[in-house]
Write a protein that binds this ligand. Structure first.
Ligand SMILES: [Zn+2]
Length: 132
């Protein structure tokens, strides 16, 4: 196992910065959406979310669809955010960038683009085809 290639501490630190930056952008995106959705979404509006919701529902209509889309977007974004958190944990555990199946090092370009990847492209493809 010790002969296998691993990312160095310096490289891992770089990845950590990249991931933290992505997390920043993701949470900023979510904040922007919340803002664009108006006060009905924020808990510090002085009203309980329930009462705001029912008031808003009374005249809801055209914008409820928009809001639904925003909720979906936010759900997806927060799932992504959790994946990034997982990636940081994998850095801490020394598992970052190592394919969970073949244990080879996942190429740097892939890890920069998809820091939450846990498998190399080869294994991912094989898995899709049920070859592993
Ligand atoms: Zn692999």
């Amino acid at each position: 196992m010790s002969t296998k290639k691993r990312y160095t501490k310096t490289e891992l630190n770089k990845f950590r910065k990249i991931i933290e930056k992505k997390m920043d952008v993701t949470s900023q995106d979510n904040a922007d959406i919340k803002e664009s959705m108006g006060n009905d979404f924020s808990s510090d509006a002085g009203l309980s979310p329930d009462s705001v919701y029912s008031v808003h529902m009374a005249d809801a209509g055209t914008d409820s669809h928009e809001r639904e889309k925003s909720y979906l977007f936010m759900a997806r974004e927060s799932a992504y955010y959790r994946n990034l958190e997982d990636a940081l944990e994998r850095i801490d555990r020394g598992e970052f960038g190592i394919c969970a199946i073949c244990e080879e090092l996942i190429p740097k370009e892939r890890m920069v683009e998809v820091p939450n990847a846990t498998k190399c492209v080869d294994c991912k493809t094989k898995q899709k085809l049920n070859l592993v």
